[in-house]
Design a protein around this ligand. Structure first.
Ligand SMILES: Nc1nc2c(ncn2[C@@H]2O[C@H](COP(=O)(O)OP(=O)(O)O)[C@@H](O)[C@H]2O)c(=O)[nH]1
Ligand SMILES: [Mg+2]
Length: 459
């Protein structure tokens, strides 16, 4: 499995088209191996220049991207396209609107076109597109063009993660600034007025410039406004130069490094959040429990504030949910006949370690180490002692379990804050420099629980 994945990653790095397509599908569908693949490829990425192209449907984004591909190819750069537009004219590497020219480009090994579904992405569309970009980046594409329709928040989120963002507008759509999401104008690094062969170019340009004048006070980068006729590749050189200037600007002003840093930070958090949700569901919040809680909220028997706080502290509080640093110190078994019971454990292959009399318990104790913990057999030396009383009342059997904790005071404080019945509110000295405390069987499910902190715990 692993070597298969390595071969796939190798194929991606060598820009083997079939391997690349497979890897992209694995990553897009978030199949089981996708994280392993991304872990392998991530260190190899980080070189590509990512350019987002957004605007309303039919604005000419695909046509413009097509023209830009040619321009970047002329510079000897390898270009990949991610089209996140369900209606995009790119499909399977062919641009339907312009088959002949696109077929040239589809045959060009320096060009790779991929469309991405807009639905059903675990962890969100922006994350999925970002993962695709990582794969293409690792595959050595110098420029990655990401086309999205600028109508939904998801699409805006995708495109704003690009190094440079082109917002494509068309004249003659009325005085509103196009059928695009509010907020998209603010993320533009370059404005394109495409279909400049149509009426209304000046008016649209005036509107954009007026908006830019209103927007930021003394912006360090003022987005240029470029007119293009994408179908005739007019204005594409100007757009290319505008992109180059923007690239220089963000590189020298440190904006690029900062954007990328923020992007990685967000990426990290979104993976953490996704993982946290999954773990909470798995370990603490079954659908059924969630439903019960919600109903309790509805009845006002419980409130979401406390429930969330409790769940969180049970998850990330002072006690690690997996009990890391905790272990079973020993299991105490009350016996009525020490020799007979010991024989069994010896016959089972354990080593009888030592015997001692514990005055406090009025009992003789025999130890059998079991890995890092041990079994302690307790035989009463006096019927009035705790072990003697235990045997008289319940007969021989499990007497107590000792859990060794890294910090006994913290463990006791936690239990006491939750109102549990502690026999010892504070630790007392135990054998061999340990500190111990007992918790009543009422609280623990019927067994006496001893907490123990090993000797030499620094405090
Ligand atoms: N008149 C004119 N039509 C264009 C121009 N650019 C693109 N188109 C046409 O507009 C339509 C939509 O283009 P397309 O690139 O698919 O738009 P997208 O949805 O934004 O990707 C196609 O029929 C293109 O041929 C242009 O500059 N002028
Ligand atoms: Mg398109």
């Amino acid at each position: 499995m692993e070597s298969k994945l390595n071969r796939l990653a190798d194929g991606v790095l060598k820009r083997d088209i079939r391997a690349l397509s497979r890897a992209l599908s694995i990553v897009e569908d978030r199949r089981a191996s996708s994280l392993e693949l991304l872990k392998t490829l991530y260190p190899r990425a980080g070189h590509a220049r990512v350019i987002g192209v957004t605007g309303s449907p039919g604005a000419g984004k695909s046509t413009l991207v097509n023209a830009l591909i040619g321009r970047f190819r002329a510079e000897g750069l390898r270009v990949a396209v991610v089209a996140v537009d369900p209606s995009s004219a790119f499909s399977g590497g062919a641009l339907l609107g312009d088959r002949v020219r696109m077929q040239d480009k589809a045959l060009d090994p320096g060009v790779f076109i991929r469309s991405m579904a807009t639905r059903g992405h675990m962890g969100g569309l922006a994350q999925a597109s970002d993962d695709l970009i990582t794969v293409l980046d690792a595959a050595g594409y110098d420029v990655i063009l990401v086309e999205t329709v600028g109508v939904g928040q998801d699409e805006v989120d995708i495109v704003k993660e690009a190094d440079s963002v082109i917002v494509v507008l068309v004249p003659g759509l009325g005085d509103d600034i196009q059928a695009i999401k509010a907020g998209i104008m603010e993320i533009a690094d370059v404005f394109v007025i495409n279909k400049a062969d149509r009426e209304g170019v000046e008016r649209l340009e005036r509107e954009i410039l007026a908006m830019l004048d209103l927007a930021a006070q003394a912006p360090s980068w003022r987005p240029p406004v470029i007119r293009t006729v994408a179908t005739r590749e007019e204005g594409v050189n100007e757009l290319f130069s505008a992109l180059s200037s923007h690239k220089d600007f963000i590189s020298t002003a440190g904006v690029l490094a900062q954007r990328r840093r923020e992007k990685q930070r967000q990426r990290f958090w979104s993976l953490l959040e996704e993982g946290f949700r999954r773990e909470v569901r798995k370990r603490r919040l079954s659908l059924e429990r969630e439903e019960n809680l919600v109903q309790a909220f509805e009845r006002r028997d419980d409130d979401p504030y406390s429930a969330a706080e409790e769940l969180l502290s049970s998850f990330c509080g002072d006690g690690d949910p997996r009990g890391e640093g905790w272990k079973i110190g020993h299991v105490g078994v009350a016996v009525s006949d020490m020799e007979a019971a010991s024989r069994f454990y010896e016959d089972a292959g354990l080593m009888r370690a030592e015997d001692e009399v514990v005055e406090e318990q009025k009992a003789r104790v025999t130890f059998f180490p079991v890995g890092e913990s041990r079994i302690e057999l307790l035989e009463s030396t006096d019927p009035s002692g705790p072990v003697g009383k235990f045997i008289a009342k319940k007969g021989p059997g499990l007497h107590h379990i000792c859990i060794q904790v890294p910090d006994i005071e913290a463990a006791l404080a936690r239990l006491s804050s939750k109102g549990y019945d502690l026999i010892d509110r504070h630790p007392r000295p135990g054998a061999g420099g340990t500190r111990v405390a007992f918790i009543h069987p009422r609280a623990t499910g019927g067994v006496l629980l001893e907490l123990c902190e090993a000797a030499g715990h620094s405090r």
